[in-house]
Design a protein around this ligand. Sequence first.
Ligand code: ATP
Length: 319
Amino acid sequence: MSLVLDNLVKRFGATTALDGISFSVEQGQVFGFLGPNGAGKTTTMRIILDILRPDGGTATWNGTPTTHVPRNTWGYLPEERGLYPRLEVLEQLVFFASLYGIPRREAAARARDWLARFRIPNYERRRAEELSKGNQQKVQLIAAILHEPEVVIMDEPFAGLDPVNVSLLKEAFDEMRQRGTTLIFSTHQMEMVEELCEAVAIIDHGKLVLGGPIRDVKRSSGRRVVRLGVEGDWDLPWLSELEGVTVIRPGQDHVELNVAPGHDPQEVLNAAIARGERVTQFLIADPSIEQVFIERIGRPPSEEGHLAQAGSPSAEATG
Ligand code: ATP
């Protein structure tokens, strides 16, 4: 049971937006879709949803081409946010649900329930245009999920939300996940990925760079991260003598080190003890998703996603 993308190709004139993308998302997974601006995330989502047709390759959901999967399988929070500005929130939600055949009473009950959970219960009679951007975004997400789709695909759902709304959205994610809903979302915020995702695909220039369960992705390079703390002065010149070890950054009470593939992180501890240091902290960890992203893409996952929302999908592309 999964969403399988196989060798998707999409061209827009001279631009190759997708250049043979393949990856899969297991049913029930929370899946992060990562990549710099213009990498092809939105294009991939639109193909899954049959808003765009690919020039090559296939997308299937549980073996059925997504072009033949019932429309109510999907919920979509598009990149370009769009509610009817003059329509009252509840009417709006009832309308969107009616497109999926949800009767009015049922739709209104579900909508009220979600508005309460998103802490905007008093907004049901307000026109969409009267709501703040963050609140509009929540209403739009409700519109995407009111018909209880099996798969929810969200383009930058966290962009532009304040911390309170971020945590409300996380709670909603949790609830949907517990019901077995598959959640796929793009983001430039790596802390969301660390916290929420079971698996990811990292794409760049229309190609898959890295994908799979988070742990495998983090371990793919073979490098490990070591956190070392010692008593007293911890300018530790001997660290630079250790082969395969580089300092990533000094912390408040520890130093973070990168240990290259093929080197044993434990050697750092052995070396510290051999030099008479009194060790207060020693931790071996996988690199963060952000570190993996930088390593593979060559630049940090920008926060430009926030800006990108304002422009048209083609205008923001930087390749
Ligand atoms: P972002 O993080 O900025 O939202 P993205 O990863 O979603 O980026 P896409 O919007 O899928 O990237 O764009 C991929 C490429 O395809 C870009 O080079 C973009 O300019 C191009 N593109 C997308 N849609 C169109 C279109 N309708 N017409 C022409 N080019 C397009």
